[in-house]
Write a protein that binds this ligand. Structure first.
Ligand code: CA2
Length: 149
């Protein structure tokens, strides 16, 4: 059985590709999922890919990733980045590596997007690489946990 990487996506990311393409690009969340599965597979890993508009559901999934001994967890917390102590607290319980991903460079945007609660629990933060950031994060976790090439 391959080890599993959880890839969690926060609120409104289900709209990817259909709104604000000048900011977020034209790729859909289904495209991101495909990219994650292909990249994980290349490293002999499986991807559990999810999106929710609800904070508590994301907390539940983080707890599930921990209980199921996921190899790592990638999260684009979207709008919860700057507000969610609950998601931070859940991530702080993870022993497996956590990587925070943002499609856009949050440091080039409005000031309020820069202060991330989530970064405190993240081994690394990738932002501004578009959806490729997800593939980079999977590759980084594969290296961290010594998955096959
Ligand atoms: O750049 C990112 O990935 C963000 O996490 C995206 C969040 C934003 O609040 C963060 O500051 C940066 C927004 C996600 C909403 O996604 C949409 C996608 C298409 C159209 C509208 C919203």
């Amino acid at each position: 059985m391959p080890k599993t990487i959880y890839v969690l996506n926060g609120p409104n990311l289900n709209l990817l590709g259909s709104r604000e393409p000048e900011i977020y690009g034209r790729a859909t969340l289904a495209d991101v999922e495909k990219l994650c599965r292909t990249t994980a597979d290349r490293h002999g890993l499986a991807a559990e890919f999810r999106q929710s508009n609800h904070e508590g559901e994301i907390v539940d999934w983080i707890q599930q990733a921990r209980a199921e001994k996921a190899a790592g967890l990638i999260i684009n917390p979207a709008g919860y980045t700057t507000t969610s102590v609950a998601i931070l607290d859940a991530l702080l319980t993870m022993e497996a590596p956590v990587i925070e991903v943002h499609i856009t460079n949050i440091h080039r945007r409005e000031q309020f997007r820069r202060r991330s609660y989530i970064s405190q629990a993240a081994r690394a933060v990738i932002c501004g690489c578009g959806i490729d950031g997800y593939a980079l994060a999977i590759t980084a976790i594969a290296a961290m946990v010594g998955a096959k090439d």
